[in-house]
Write a protein that binds this ligand. Structure first.
Ligand SMILES: [Zn+2]
Ligand SMILES: [Zn+2]
Length: 342
């Protein structure tokens, strides 16, 4: 079968690799769509933490497809079923899992290899993180279950409430998914901050109430102007840079919450003003990944169109065009997510 292999920074090649063999409890899925993701783009551009991904590797983690083979011992799913799965499966046994923090599982398994004709889903993932896709939901929409699950976990941690003003830094796919979600949660105003005008006008089309180009105007000043001088109730950082993590702290009101959502390069640190944290009672929190429950909820929200993810797919390309797709994501200001159709 054909699969995209990542050899190093910006070194992505389509290769013929053996089609995976299915063992007991495992499922082979014919990939029908795989969507590009900010994490993939980061890995493509600057490499990644060795713990999570070892090179060379099959690549891509957001996908949906049709069950091609079912390993022995499984009553579900059946051949031909439309499914999505992964990209993670917690062990359910470690201390973190026992505390209900499945996203922080000590023995998490991760699944890569979405940019391929077939993907093999490990037995544990079949059990805890695979879902059937309703017929009216397209494969490319279902592939977006993973990032939406992470966003649902994030807004849950940040406790976004009806009537809140939420400032979101970053108008990439993750920032935009936050935007769609906080609007559904009843945010009175969603403010999107980015450096690219094209992305900001896209955010406006998706329902952003205010946009700020932080390269042209002072974001903190403008957020204060919008919020009668107080700052946002909740600020969400959706970029993953120490600079924007610190910027997030300047946009929040007293007693407000800052969700540092974007993963920064390893070893980086930020400065926090102690006075602001203490006298201003600011809550600063991180959120990583999602639990199997968030994945289930995300697919249901996509299926019911409560969160309409379709507009985020700005282009469809073939598997053998994957390198061009990633180059396009690096250079173009208008692409949000590209669906790769093998
Ligand atoms: Zn992703
Ligand atoms: Zn665990």
């Amino acid at each position: 079968m054909k699969a995209a292999m990542l050899y190093g920074i910006k070194d992505l090649r389509i290769e013929d690799v053996p089609k995976p063999e299915v063992g007991a409890g495992e499922v082979l899925v014919k990939v029908k769509a795989a969507t590009t993701c900010g994490t993939d783009l980061k890995i493509f551009q600057r490499g990644y933490v060795e713990k999570v991904i070892k090179l060379p590797t099959v690549f891509g983690h957001e996908w949906a497809g049709e069950v091609a083979e079912v390993g022995s011992g499984l009553e579900w799913p059946h051949k031909g079923m439309r499914v999505r799965a992964g990209n993670s499966a917690p062990c359910l046994r470690c201390v973190m899992c026992q505390k209900g923090k499945y996203n922080l599982c000590e023995n998490m398994i991760w699944l890569w290899g979405a940019y391929a004709e077939y993907i093999k889903v490990p037995a544990r993932m079949v059990l805890v993180n695979m879902q059937e896709i309703p017929l009216h939901v397209s494969y490319e929409e279902a592939a977006i279950t993973e990032p939406l699950a992470c966003v649902l976990h994030g807004v849950e941690e940040a406790r976004v409430k009806l009537g809140d003003t939420v400032a979101i830094i970053g108008a990439g796919p993750i920032g935009l998914l936050h935007l769609l979600t906080v609007k559904k949660l009843g945010a009175e105003k969603a403010i999107i901050i980015d450096l690219v005008d094209e992305r900001l006008s896209f955010a406006e089309k998706l329902g952003a109430d205010e946009t700020i180009n932080a390269g042209k105007e002072d974001a903190a000043e403008k957020v204060r102007k919008i919020t009668s001088g107080y700052g946002a109730d909740v600020v969400i950082e959706a970029i993953g840079l120490p600079k924007t993590w610190e910027q997030a702290l300047t946009l929040v009101r007293k007693g407000g919450t800052v969700l540092e959502f974007g993963g920064c390069p390893p070893g980086t640190e930020i400065k926090v003003n102690t006075e602001m944290l203490h006298y201003g009672e600011i809550t600063v929190l991180g959120a990583f990944h999602a639990t199997p429950l968030h994945f289930r909820k995300a697919l249901r929200l996509i299926a019911s169109r409560i969160i309409d993810v379709k507009p985020l797919i700005t282009r469809k390309m073939r598997l053998d065009e994957i390198k061009e797709a990633f180059q396009m994501l690096v250079t173009s200001k208008n692409e949000i997510k590209i669906a790769i159709i093998p």
